[in-house]
Design a protein around this ligand. Sequence first.
Ligand SMILES: *[C@@H]1O[C@H](CO)[C@@H](O)[C@H](O)[C@H]1NC(C)=O
Ligand SMILES: *[C@@H]1O[C@H](CO)[C@@H](O)[C@H](O)[C@H]1NC(C)=O
Ligand SMILES: *[C@@H]1O[C@H](CO)[C@@H](O)[C@H](O)[C@H]1NC(C)=O
Ligand SMILES: *[C@@H]1O[C@H](CO)[C@@H](O)[C@H](O)[C@H]1NC(C)=O
Ligand SMILES: *[C@@H]1O[C@H](CO)[C@@H](O)[C@H](O)[C@H]1NC(C)=O
Length: 416
Amino acid sequence: MKSVLLLVVPFMVALLFVPQKEHNTCRSYFGYFNTFFSSDCYYNPDIDDDILGIIQRHVGVHETHEVQTEDGYLLTLFRIPRQNPKGVIFFQHSLATDARTWISQYNESVAFLFWRAGYDVWLGNTRGNHFCKKHVSLDPTEATFWNFTFHEIGYYDNHASIKYVKEHTGGSKIIYVGYSLGATSGTVYASIRDKDAADSVKLMVLMTPTSHSQFNCTSFLKYPFFIFYNLQGIVNFTDPLFVVNRQDAWYVKIVRFLATHFSCKKCVLYFLHLFFGSSKYDIEPDLINMFIRVHGSEYPLKITYHYYQVYAVDGKFRRYHYGEERNLLLYGDKEPTPYPLENIKVPVYIMHGENDNLDCPDAAEKLYNMLPKNTTIYGKLMVEGYNHLDFSHGRHRNEKVYSKILQLLDKINLND
Ligand SMILES: *[C@@H]1O[C@H](CO)[C@@H](O)[C@H](O)[C@H]1NC(C)=O
Ligand SMILES: *[C@@H]1O[C@H](CO)[C@@H](O)[C@H](O)[C@H]1NC(C)=O
Ligand SMILES: *[C@@H]1O[C@H](CO)[C@@H](O)[C@H](O)[C@H]1NC(C)=O
Ligand SMILES: *[C@@H]1O[C@H](CO)[C@@H](O)[C@H](O)[C@H]1NC(C)=O
Ligand SMILES: *[C@@H]1O[C@H](CO)[C@@H](O)[C@H](O)[C@H]1NC(C)=O
C-alpha cells in the first residue's frame, strides 16, 4: 500500500504541473492537465510575444508615443492608427495590469474590434506599470516614485494622456473607456478637471467604476478585498509605498510560476471568484494563461489602501486619508476632500456586472445617482451574470459589452 502511494502521489503532483510551453493554450479547462497529448491544446504565439508583436501579427500597424505628466512621469501610449477614423478612442486599464489588457484576447481583442470598426485606437498606461518606469528626476528604486493612488492617475496621467491624444488627432473630442481602476481614475479626472474633461472628452465609458463600494457588497466572503490586496502588504504592512507585484521579488516569482504552470486552471478561476464574484460567463479556457500573463504590472499598496478607505469607511469617494493632522495640512480640513461629482460635465455611460463583488450593483447605482442629471443622458447598463473580471476576458464580452459601446457611439455624433 505504502509503495503504491509512493508511486502514485508524486505522479499526481507531477500531473498538476505539466510543462505548458509547446502547447500553451487549450480550448477546454480539462486540456491543461495534459497539454502534450490533448487535442484541445495548441501553441499560441501571442502568449510569448510582446504587445507590439501581437498588434503587428493581427493588425499590422502600430505606433508608440511618450507623454510627460505635469509632475514629471513619462508615460507610454500605444496607438493602432487609422486614417479618417469614425472617432478616436482611448482605453485606460485596470489595477495590476497595463495596455496589454486590450490586446490579450487574440484576434478578437478589444482594441482590434474597435480598430476594425473604424476607430483610431489609443491604449493608455499609468505610472509605474510594466511600460511606465520613467520619470524626469525620480527613479523607480526610490519610494517617492511610488507615492500615488488613483488620485494622481486621474489628475495627472489621464489629463496628460487625453490632452496628448486629442492634440495628435486633429483636436476633436475623444472617447474615454476606463475599466475598474481606469474608471475610478476617469471619475477623478472628470470631477476635478471638469472643464478640461468637458473640452476633451465626448463620452466617458466607466466599466465597473469601483468608487462607492462598501464591504457589505461582497456577499459571501466578507473581507476578501482586504485579505487579497494586503497579502503582500503583510511583508511590510506599515508602508503604503510598498511595491506590489515586484517582478524581481522571490515570492512574486513563485506565485507567477505556480499560476502559470498549475494545471488546474479552473482552480485559479474559483480562487478569483472569491474576490471578484462568481460568473455565468467565466474566462474562456483559451484565455486563462493570457489573463495570468497580463496581470503582472507593479503598483504601490497605497492604491489599494485608498480603495480600502472607501470600502471601510462609508463608501465615501474622496481623497486619500492621511490622518487628521496631515489632512489638515494637505486639504485644509481634518477629513479628506470628497471628489466633486456634481461638477462632472462630460457625458458618462456606466457599465457594471450583476455578479460583481468589488463594484456591486448598489455601488454603481449610487455613483450613477450622484452624477448631475445632464451627464447621464446615455444611461447605464448592468451586464447580466458578469463579475468584475469578465469585462476583459469573460465569454461573450464582445456581444455583452463592446458591441453595446459601438452601438452607443454610432448614435452619437462624433465629429464636433
Ligand atoms: C479569430 O480566429 C478564429 C480561429 O481561427 C476564427 O474562428 C475567428 O473568426 C477569428 N475572428 C476574427 C474577428 O478574425
Ligand atoms: C507622499 O505624498 C504625500 C502627499 O503629497 C506627502 O505628504 C508625503 O510626504 C509623500 N511621501 C513620500 C515618501 O514622498
Ligand atoms: C517598512 O516600511 C517602513 C516605512 O516606510 C520602513 O521604515 C521599514 O524599514 C520597512 N520595513 C521593512 C522590513 O522593509
Ligand atoms: C448640466 O447642467 C448644469 C447646470 O444647469 C450646467 O452648468 C452644465 O453645463 C450642464 N452640462 C452639460 C454637459 O450640459
Ligand atoms: C451597506 O450597509 C449599510 C448598512 O446596512 C447601508 O446603509 C448601505 O447603504 C449599504 N451599502 C451598500 C453599497 O449596499
